[in-house]
Design a binder for this molecule. Structure first.
Ligand code: ADP
Length: 194
């Protein structure tokens, strides 16, 4: 299996690149943010809970997020691999994912981390907020909280994969195609079975 963690701060371009990687490598895309937003739209119990955290730019509690992610993986038992987008976002989540995948005799192949400056992130998120209809993109205070949550709680997740020699930093500035080529090269050059 090819299991990719697509990593990077809010606005780094994970969603755009994930869609292209899914096509090229025939993977299942699991975006925790998208799944939460679908639940919010459907007014499910999970959606109502998630919304109270997301609107302020805070993380949804680990227990809820991990359970949801595992059930999404289980729904796709015939998948050739996954792109995890927006997960794991805490060390707890990385550990839970490792144990969970081990139980399925598989593991994360590589973490691809999109590197984008904070100034560029804020610019991109505010621009996206004009069209995306996402409340968390429209408000500069919420954006800056999301970046600060990323720096405080999520950035350390990179260490978890660095320690396993699975971390690849990718320059996230350039055209969509240029960045996609960098990601594809990293996958092809990393020691993974496609
Ligand atoms: P972005 O990467 O632009 O912040 P996402 O769509 O990935 O957007 O996430 C939106 C929000 O969903 C986050 O701010 C957080 O509240 C929630 N969320 C997404 N993934 C997770 C996760 N793995 N753990 C906790 N909360 C999450």
């Amino acid at each position: 299996m090819l299991n990719i963690v697509l990593f990077g701060p809010p606005g780094a371009g994970k969603g755009t690149q994930a869609a292209k990687l899914v096509d090229k490598y025939n993977l299942v895309h699991l975006s925790t943010g998208d799944i939460f937003r679908e639940n919010i739209k459907g007014k499910t119990e999970l959606g109502i809970l998630a919304k109270s955290y997301m609107d302020d730019g805070n993380l949804v509690p680990d227990e809820v997020t991990i359970k949801m992610l595992e059930s999404e993986v289980d729904k796709n038992s015939s998948a050739k691999g996954f792109i995890f987008d927006g997960f794991p976002r805490t060390t707890n989540q990385s550990e839970a994912l490792e144990v969970f995948l081990e139980g399925k005799n598989t593991s994360i192949s590589v973490m691809l981390a999109l590197d984008v400056s904070e100034q560029e992130l804020i610019k991109r998120l505010l621009l996206r907020g004009k069209h995306s209809g996402r409340a968390d993109d429209a408000n500069e205070e919420v954006i800056s909280n999301r970046i600060s949550v990323y720096n405080k709680q999520t950035a350390v997740v990179a260490d978890f994969y660095t320690n396993q020699n699975k971390f690849e930093k990718i320059d996230g500035i350039g055209s969509v195609e240029e960045i996609f080529d960098r990601l594809s090269n990293a996958i092809n050059n990393h020691n993974v079975t496609v």
